[in-house]
Every structure is written in C-alpha cells, then in structure tokens.
Design a binder for this molecule. Sequence first.
Ligand SMILES: Cc1cc2nc3c(=O)[nH]c(=O)nc-3n(C[C@H](O)[C@H](O)[C@H](O)COP(=O)(O)OP(=O)(O)OC[C@H]3O[C@@H](n4cnc5c(N)ncnc54)[C@H](O)[C@@H]3O)c2cc1C
Length: 460
Amino acid sequence: MATPRIWGSHARLTGPGTAILRPTTQDELVTAVRAGRHRHLRPIGSGHSFNDIASAPADSAALLLDRLNRVLAVRRYDIERPRPPMPATVGTVTVEAGITIDALLRELQSRNLTLVNVGAIREQTIAGALSTGTHGASIHVGSLSSLVVSLKLLRADGSVTTVTRDDAGHADLFRSACVGLGALGILLEVELEVVQALTLRPVRRMLTLDEFLAEGETIARTHPYARFYYFPYTDHVECVTDIPTDDPIAPQGFSHSLQRWVRGTLLDRHLAGALFTAASTVRPRQSIPAAIRLAASSRESGTGPADISWRCLTLPDLPPRHIEMEWSVPLQDWRAAVRALHTTIGPRPTPAFLAGFVISLRFVGSDGDIPLSNNYRRESLTIDIMQFHALDPYPYFAATTRAIRTATTEARPHWGKYFDLTAADLAPRYPEFEVFEQVRAAQDPDDVFTNPWLTRVLGS
Ligand SMILES: Cc1cc2nc3c(=O)[nH]c(=O)nc-3n(C[C@H](O)[C@H](O)[C@H](O)COP(=O)(O)OP(=O)(O)OC[C@H]3O[C@@H](n4cnc5c(N)ncnc54)[C@H](O)[C@@H]3O)c2cc1C
C-alpha cells in the first residue's frame, strides 16, 4: 500500500510506526475501532490538504477510507426548493464518506443531477472536503458544508450516531460536524443537497486591478459563478464568469478529449510546471515575474464551449505542484485586503520574498451557523496565495499574511491550507469556537481523534 502523502509537499502523513487500516466495509471499520488497539485514530482523505491536519503520527492508526465510496441513495423532493439565482434544490444524495468528489459528480451526472457548486479540483474525498470547509466560487452559496443534510459519525468507543439538519436535539453536534476537521469522529456517510444537472459556458476577460476593485463584488452578485485570478507583479486580474446555458454540450469525442488534455495536462500542468521549474532555478527574481507576465498576457478572453457545470468549474487536471495559504476576509474589508496585498507584492520582487504563482480570489456565500466555517454568518472574499513548490513559501506567506491582517482583523485561514496560528489566535475569530470545543470534549473525551496539528489549532 502506498504511503499516504500530502499532495503539495509530498510530505508523509504517517510516521514510522503508524498502523494503516484500509477497511472495505463500514462494519469492518466499526469492528476495528471497537477493538480499541490504537491510542489515536486519524481518518485520511486523499491527502489534498496542504498542512498536517490529516497526519497520523507513530502512536496512531491512519484510516484510509477510499474503499468506502458507494452512492447509497438518491432522494427526490416532492417540491423543489428555490435558491435564486442558483438552481433549485431538487433532492439529496447519500454517499459513503470516502467517495471522491469526481466519482460523486459522475454518479450524479448519470442521474441528471449535480452539486450546486464545487472547488477547483475533484480529487478530494467528500469527507475531507467537508472537514476543512472546502468551497467554490459563488457568493450565492456557502461551502460544500452548507449542503449537508445529515451525517453518520463513528465515535472512538465504536458507537454510531446519525444527525440531521432539522434534529434540534443534536443541533450543536450537527453544525459542528459540518466542518469538523476530523476531530469529532469518523464520518461514515453524508447526505447532501443536489440540483438538476446544468450546463455552463465560461466567459473570460482581463480586468485591471482598479476595475476589479470597482466591479468585482457586483460581477460576483450578478453571476451565479465568478472567479478571479490576480497575477503578481502585474496590474492584471483575470475574471471568469460561468454562465448557465441551454446550448448543447460540445461532443466529447477523441478530438475534444485531446484538446482538454493538451490544454489542461500538457500546457497548464506540464509545460507551465517545466517553465516555472526552469524559472525557479535560473535567476528566479527576473525569470519568475517574467513567467507570470507571460502567463497573464497569454490568457485568452472570450466565451468557451458549453460544458457540464463541474467540468467548467474545476481544472481539467491538477495544476503544477505548489503550496497554498488562504485567508477568508469579510466583505466590508475585501478591497482593503486586496490593495494591501498588491502594495506588499509590489511591481517587482524585493530581497524579502518572491511571489511565484497566481493568486485566486473568490467570493463565497454564508455558511450560516457552522461554528468553524470561515463563512460563519458572513459572506467572504477568499484570497488564495499559492507558491510554486520549488520556491520558499514562508517569507512570501509571512509578508502577505501581515498585509491582509493589517487590512482586516477578521481574516480566517482555510483549515486545509498553510497557516501558523494557534488556538489562542483562532478562538477570537470564530464566535462559536467554544461550542465546537464543547462538542469535541463530549464526542471525544479521550482525545482519540487528535494529532499535534489539531492540538495546536484547537488546544488540548
Ligand atoms: C490543487 C488543490 C486545489 C484545491 N482547491 C480548493 C478549492 O477550490 N477550494 C477549497 O476550499 N479548497 C481547495 N483545496 C483544499 C482541499 O479541498 C481540502 O484541503 C480538502 O480537505 C482535501 O480533501 P482530502 O480528501 O484530500 O482530505 P485530507 O486532506 O486527506 O483530510 C482533510 C481532513 O479531513 C479529515 N477526514 C478525511 N476523511 C474523514 C472522515 N471519513 N471522517 C472524518 N474526517 C475525515 C482528515 O482527518 C483531515 O482532518 C485544494 C487543494 C488542492 C491540493
């Protein structure tokens, strides 16, 4: 069995003595947990978080749940639940927690259904994505966690609980487990809202930074989906709006697959990766900004082909390997945060740091009262700062973090990405941090579902 690793850094998620369990059924997993042989248990998804949230050190068992990947039920509501301007919710899907988002979307598509929104990739497991508050690019919906209708959770003592959104008796457990960091137990199954499958057309155009600051939020409000990419050392922001259409989907024959492969895998992944690798080794302070400017100037404006929503909203392939840090800022501060970022990066690299990748900017809707959601009772702009894997991320992350935190006191870090805050720094940023801690103490009194990373961010 391959050692589980973090995708961005290739760091191992297990220690030398970690036991690795890969159950094929929920019963097998429950039996293994009831046996109580391991001091700590860490469920691991597909390793697409950029930090040690999923790491299972030597005294623990790593639980690989990729074989718990079935679609269990699809339920249609009698009456659709409208959510303008987004498609109406038409029912729910119940899946085992280890299914990847890609497999889930394909299964839903075969039933003419889909998720209303997805993040930029489809490699994550649904449990991993929910546990870290993974979100997409729409101000009209919250993160994937906002779509959860019910959850089935396995505790360290082997007991299994199912909690639902409308179960007032377990309201704190339900809402805490929607973004649970893998600290409240093992998700066995989740039920999520679904919408009718839809077709989108991406429309791309370049904005200046001033245009983005003036129009960005309005663009996000007037389109169901809008994402923005800021190119460091330039004044350019690419704007992609994905527009629903009734146009037929372009045929998916060999030539279409070849085009997607050339664009997504060959050019955007391998060629861009090779270009950035070369630039990182040869005079990086000159060549990295030049590579970024080249990438910005080669972006094509215009309308792309009509396609299945999730193929439009996600990358055709994984991007070149990199590390990410992401801050979610409240909307009243988003312009100040972007301006501070632009000023800190400046027109060219300083000796202090090098910005080696595009920055993704997405407006995200409120998640209601999920205690550890970054969109707890607020809409946000997420500022996703990426650094190419061959370049040092930490001076860059430190400088941009300072800039953003000077612009707003309410920035919250993405749970699945790099940050160095501790529980003492984090607690004041989440009005119901204490509720989460109470639920955690009740769910896991013996700290079975913990690791050093969780101890740092949640406390012991
Ligand atoms: C290239 C790339 C692009 C990305 N794009 C986005 C994006 O667009 N939007 C966004 O918000 N994020 C994005 N992310 C971050 C990513 O979605 C999250 O980090 C997500 O958690 C990864 O899922 P995973 O299955 O790999 O989980 P892992 O990283 O393996 O685990 C994450 C957490 O989930 C817990 N967990 C896993 N399975 C279970 C279970 N069954 N029960 C309980 N807990 C469990 C783990 O213990 C851990 O705490 C991106 C990451 C990468 C690498």
